[in-house]
Write a protein that binds this ligand. Structure first.
Ligand SMILES: NC(=O)N[C@H]1NC(=O)NC1=O
Ligand SMILES: [Zn+2]
Ligand SMILES: [Zn+2]
Length: 475
């Protein structure tokens, strides 16, 4: 029943706090929520003129922000639900203040590359998601030159497409080259939806290390790092820029948008993206908390929890990533939560060359961004921009991503100053906490409550009984 969707017994109420993050700044105010939407926002100085009818939940000086929108998560459902799955993944999201996530088309089985496979996603998500979930479709060689197949996938509601420029590690998700991407952009232009690209192209330099040198100690992180040098990202991005030109005003793919996922190289790769932006290409870039939190020097030999692609680079690169993020050259953040079963992380063996590549982070991205960002002077407005406003725009969700009248009441209440240890005593909802690189760290920023379209879906270790998240389909 509907009452099971929320831990609150009413659907008209107010949230008050001294720190509400709005597009107009951080204000002391009351947010009125009715029928799942934000219907008014009254600043504290105007309260005397406005009676707050209905229930009031006062969060004191805890921060009230738009819920996070994670545009890059692999929930692996259907087909590899033992890796994560919709129920545990979206419970973790809710516990982490994420109110919407967009599921990647790969790591589930089958991959989401057709209307039929998108339908399987929707069936798997039914009554099993605790937050709202949208879906990227896959752009693969099989459908890239098949305009009607791509149109069907977009007509069925895929929010955009995603492709890989290197092997993805998943058999039914082969890589694309610039010619496939050009075709994809031409179709996406008519729908005004984005193409997300995993931008690494195999170069002989890295492959050589891995294939030729079988004496390589696979437990050394430094050896893994050598197999995927920054030149892989640079090569992919410079190739992408040859087709990104099409997205310029007056170009053959005007209306389409190119989004580079999980940038790790903050040097030449980033310079190329800056150049494309200044040339009028419709292009954005994300990075992920693990590239901002960790550096290669700190990764212990054999600790494959930290294996991901592109790899976590040295601390000088990390500083440059922060600089680019703070300077507005990196547009947004995403988790790239890409879990597997512990066996495939090869934690005992510690083999960086053979272990599954992917960081498990879904529940922790808000406290991680905040904890590691504090020394760089990260503001609450920046958090809301990187994690809500810009992701909403990328995913075409005009009613989400900001605390504003008329929007969905997707809200996180959190306390920036409470510290906690991510250990076994902490309630963790991702399916395999042991493979998370964050386990064992001390973080600040505790999520107190999460609202999805006005439903209180999570509060201090408890979830609403029923999974009432909505699948999001593009119209
Ligand atoms: N298939 C998949 O999820 N790959 C992801 N893992 C990772 O570390 N980088 C990726 O692109
Ligand atoms: Zn990727
Ligand atoms: Zn990914």
């Amino acid at each position: 029943s509907h009452s099971e969707c929320s831990l609150l017994p009413y659907n008209h109420f107010w949230i008050t706090s001294k720190r509400i993050v709005t597009p107009q700044g951080v204000i002391s105010a009351a947010v009125e929520i009715k029928g799942g939407n934000i219907v008014s926002i009254v600043k504290e100085e105007d309260w005397h003129r406005n009676s707050k009818t209905g229930q009031v939940i006062d969060y004191g000086d805890a921060v009230i922000m738009p819920g996070l929108i994670d545009v890059h998560a692999h929930l692996d459902d259907p087909g590899r639900a033992e890796w994560e799955g919709f129920p545990s993944g979206t419970k973790a999201a809710a516990a982490g203040g994420i109110t919407t996530l967009i599921d990647m088309p790969l790591n589930s089985d089958p991959s989401t590359t057709s209307t039929e496979t998108l339908k399987l996603k929707l069936e798997a998500a039914e009554k099993r998601i605790y937050v709202d979930v949208g879906f990227w479709g896959g752009l693969v060689p099989e459908n890239a030159f098949n305009e009607s197949a791509l149109e069907a996938l977009l007509n069925a509601g895929a929010l955009g497409l995603k492709s890989f420029m290197c092997p993805s590690g998943i058999n039914d998700f082969p890589m694309t080259d610039a010619s496939h991407i050009k075709e994809g952009l031409a179709v996406l232009a008519r729908y005004k939806r984005p193409l997300l690209v995993h931008a690494e192209i195999q170069q002989d330099s890295g492959r050589h290390v891995e294939l030729e040198d079988d004496t390589l100690d696979s437990r050394l992180y430094s050896n893994y790092l050598k197999t995927r040098p920054p030149s892989w990202e640079q090569a992919a991005i410079s190739e992408l820029l040859t087709v990104a030109k099409d997205t310029r005003i007056g170009g053959p793919a005007e209306g389409a948008h190119l989004h580079i996922v999980h940038l790790s190289d903050a040097s030449s790769s980033l310079d190329l993206i800056k150049e494309a932006k200044s040339n009028g290409c419709s292009i954005t870039v994300e990075t992920c908390p693990h590239y901002l939190a960790f550096s290669a020097e700190e990764i212990k030999d054999g600790d494959t929890r930290f294996k991901c692609a592109p790899p976590i680079r040295d601390s000088a690169n990390k500083e440059k990533l922060w600089e680019a993020l703070m300077g507005g050259h990196i547009d947004m953040l995403s988790s790239d939560h890409s879990p597997t079963v512990p066996e495939l992380k090869l934690l005992d063996e510690g083999n960086f060359l053979k272990a599954w590549g992917g960081i498990s982070s879904l529940q922790f991205v808000l406290p991680v961004t905040w904890s590691y960002g504090r020394k760089y002077g990260v503001t609450l407005e920046q958090l809301a921009s990187w994690w809500s406003e810009r992701p909403a725009k990328l995913a075409g969700q005009a009613s989400k991503g900001a605390i504003a009248v008329g929007n969905h009441a997707d809200i996180v209440a959190w306390d920036p100053d409470t510290e906690f240890d991510l250990n076994d005593d902490h309630p963790i909802y991702i399916k395999h906490p042991s493979i998370s690189a964050y386990l064992g760290s001390r973080l600040s920023g505790k999520v107190l409550a999460t609202f999805v379209r006005g439903n209180l879906v999570y509060k201090e270790g408890n979830h609403a009984p029923a999974a009432c998240g909505s699948p999001i389909l593009a119209k």
